[in-house]
Design a protein around this ligand. Structure first.
Ligand code: SME
Length: 138
């Protein structure tokens, strides 16, 4: 077969794999910069549907990562004031930026229903995933 999965299909497969196989990953999705606007747009995701399909730069954990260019590990979402709640079951969140040619083009966002579940291993692993994603994207 000559056809290959589209980028969105491949991103969706990554979300499914991560959510199914890592028990503390309960919502897994990608946000990408929306054209030349200073906002993020939701891409493929697995988990509860969210109202937050557009997030302005600076808003919430995701919006902060869009401007800081740094990993953001949140052990307890209740302790954050710049946080956008998607579901009351979420206890913790991790957001890792995706860089293409040195530019922050998006991020992987993971919510956990377990308090304080993310370690440096998650950061290193998700940085690796984000590098692979960057190479998939033209
Ligand atoms: N909690 C995020 C919003 C996205 S949802 O988790 C899917 C934030 O504060 O940016």
């Amino acid at each position: 077969k000559l056809s290959s999965a589209s980028v969105d299909e491949r991103l969706m497969n990554i979300c499914k794999l991560l959510e199914e196989h890592i028990s503390h990953y309960n919502w897994v999705g990608f946000y990408f910069k929306n054209g030349n606007k200073n906002e993020l747009k939701l891409g493929p995701y697995v988990g509860e549907p969210t109202d937050h399909t557009i997030i302005p730069f600076g808003k919430g954990i995701c919006g902060q990562v869009a401007v800081s260019n740094e990993n953001f590990v949140v052990p307890d979402v209740a302790a954050q004031d710049n946080y956008i709640a998607c579901s009351i079951t979420v206890k913790a969140e991790i957001v890792i930026p995706i860089f293409k040619n040195g530019k922050n083009i998006g991020q992987i966002d993971i919510d956990s229903n377990t308090p304080d579940p993310f370690t440096e291993d998650d950061e290193r692993f998700l940085e690796f995933v984000c590098e692979k994603v960057s190479r998939m994207i033209s």
